[in-house]
Design a binder for this molecule. Structure first.
Ligand code: MG
Length: 392
């Protein structure tokens, strides 16, 4: 079997009411869906992350730079092809957009291997569990969502059967060193640290009534002393973890924070590659390790990161914030590892998650998500949804 073509398409969803995290203001969300074709009639689907930049740039890297490196090769030699892409792009890669694009191809290669072997990807990887406990990931900032609406939102997730919900913090102007001052629409939906605390407290009060837990995500905007101060306050409210509190370049601060808190520090989805995660794990700058199969270097690299975390007694659970393809790829990865945590399920309105697949992942009545038993990732794109949201 040989690879004959590598292509990427961009799907775009426009929000009526923009959503925001501590840094980013999303009026649109893009998904770059990668297809790898072979001469055996089997094709694989993957996704390449495009957070923080134009989706068109990621599409270009997939098709023009990485595609030619793997075309003509045997798609079942995934480790070999990963290393070939890594080596050929070394001088301007080793992370960033190259790793996102490599991830998209890598995920598609695993889909091909699964179809070729007639086996679901998570079982090919070793298979640890057939179901996953998910958490509701939402609580974004948006106009009109005050602490009362936040509390009502998380309550709706607990009523649906979720045992955990994650919400956003950190959209705080005036925190020294926060990147927010240089971001788009940085004066929208902003709060003080004290207001953020009250929003979190409104949610932990609800969670306590349901025997559930709240996690908070600061998306890299705190400085070290603010993270320690807010972390201690959130910890006292019973928050389950504090995610991406600090800037990626402040690894020393993350070590100091992890030592100062009993509550786990989770991260860092914005980091890529085993060699960078190695530093966070070696130095105990995190307690919970959060790579993403469409961003950190594919399923191949995420399994290595998870195993490295396992060797350091750390749970691993992927970041998930894109289309249904990303959700499925990350679910297969998570279901394959023994140091698995819980599965992030974005609950923002997003048809590219809910309507892109003929059979999407959904919450079962028992509060779990069950992995599909079809070969590969077990996905088939809904062409009507593709038509509706495809760009160009
Ligand atoms: Mg996050």
């Amino acid at each position: 079997m040989k690879i004959t073509n590598v292509s990427a398409m961009i799907l775009r969803y426009q929000y009526e009411n923009a959503i925001a995290d501590a840094q980013n203001y999303f009026s649109v969300r893009n998904a770059v869906i990668v297809t790898v074709e072979t001469d055996a009639g089997i094709s694989g689907i993957g996704e390449a992350a495009c957070f923080g930049g134009p989706a068109e740039s990621t599409k270009f890297i997939v098709e023009k730079e990485l595609g030619p490196i793997v075309i003509g090769e045997d798609p079942t030699n995934i480790e070999r092809l990963w290393k070939k892409m890594f080596d050929r792009t070394r001088q301007h890669g080793r992370g960033g957009i190259i790793f996102s694009a490599m991830s998209g191809i890598d995920v598609a290669l695993w889909d091909i291997l699964g179809k070729h072997a007639n086996c679901p990807v998570y079982k090919l990887l070793g298979g640890y569990s057939d179901r996953l406990l998910p958490y509701a990931s939402s609580g974004f900032y948006t106009k009109g969502k005050e602490k009362e609406q936040m509390a009502a939102e998380v309550e709706s997730y607990f009523k649906q059967g979720f045992k955990y919900a994650k919400i956003k913090v950190g959209r705080n102007p005036g925190v020294f060193l926060s990147p927010l001052e240089n971001m788009q629409a940085n004066d929208e939906c902003t709060y003080t640290l004290e207001e953020d605390y009250e929003r979190v407290k409104a949610c932990t009060d609800v969670a306590d009534r349901y025997g559930a837990r709240i996690m908070v995500d600061a998306n890299n905007t705190y400085n070290t002393y603010t993270a320690i101060k807010m972390g201690k306050a959130f910890q006292d409210l019973g928050v389950f973890w504090l995610e991406e509190p600090l800037h990626l370049d402040n690894i020393e601060g993350s070590i100091e924070l992890a030592q100062a808190l009993d509550m786990p520090v989770a991260g860092y989805e914005s980091e890529t590659g085993l060699f960078n995660f190695r530093e966070y794990i070696n130095r105990h700058a995190v307690d919970i390790v959060q790579p993403d199969t469409i961003w950190s270097g594919g399923i191949t690299e995420c399994v290595k990161i998870a195993n490295y975390a396992y060797a350091h007694n750390m749970p691993c659970m992927p970041h998930v914030f894109s289309s249904a393809v990303s959700l499925m790829a990350n679910a297969h990865f998570l279901a394959s590892i023994s140091n698995q945590g819980i599965l992030e399920m974005d609950r923002n309105v997003y048809p590219l998650r809910d309507e892109l697949l003929k059979e999407p992942l959904t919450l079962a009545e028992d509060g779990y998500v069950y992995l599909p038993q079809k070969p590969g990732l077990g996905i088939e794109l809904d062409e009507k949804t593709v038509e509706k949201y495809r760009v160009g």
